[in-house]
Design a protein around this ligand. Sequence first.
Ligand code: 3PG
Length: 209
Amino acid sequence: TGTDLAPVLAGARVMPVLTVPSAATAGPLADALAAGGARCAEVTFRTSDAEQVLKEMAAHGGLAVGAGTVLTPEQVDRAVAAGARFVVSPGFDEAVVAKCRDLGVPVVPGIATATELMRALKAGLDTVKFFPAEPLGGIPMLRALAAPFPRARFVPTGGIGAPRLPAYLAAPAVLAVGGSWMATADHLRRGDYEEIRRLTAEAVHGSAT
Ligand code: 3PG
């Protein structure tokens, strides 16, 4: 699995990572992201409303919505039941990957070392999340890690904001860049969907250059 997700990520270039406290914000949030030009989004399983948020954002139709922070096979079941188009994990877990394979849902495991990347490749997964990208050493680390593995494609995430985005996108092995800066808990608390739209548009359109 993962094979049909790579073109989606490559077309999207930017993956907003969302931690949404209340499902009440799911509709306007999906509208704002779509209006900003986002094509996909990751809803993290870090809030009690995450499944409902995922369900409502998936129903919006304008975005390929996946589940993030998926740590267990049981969460994979719940994510898929809620309509997740893909599953993202901060690390590489065999049971999570196996469950995704059983259910036919693409999975993007997190990797931070060559050993973890080799495990993912061995499991047939070419698309991985490089996490947490900035604390791990950012672009120089990503380039060095990618060099021996021409097949691997990366979604760096973690500590990346608008200023660092273009440099990540310019790295050949990078499929898309993930991050929460486009839609933060703070934006949602303030109901600042215009700012979410603006930051998303800046990320998506900036990435075209
Ligand atoms: C994730 O779950 O992928 C990260 O929390 C996103 O990282 P960021 O908040 O540093 O962008």
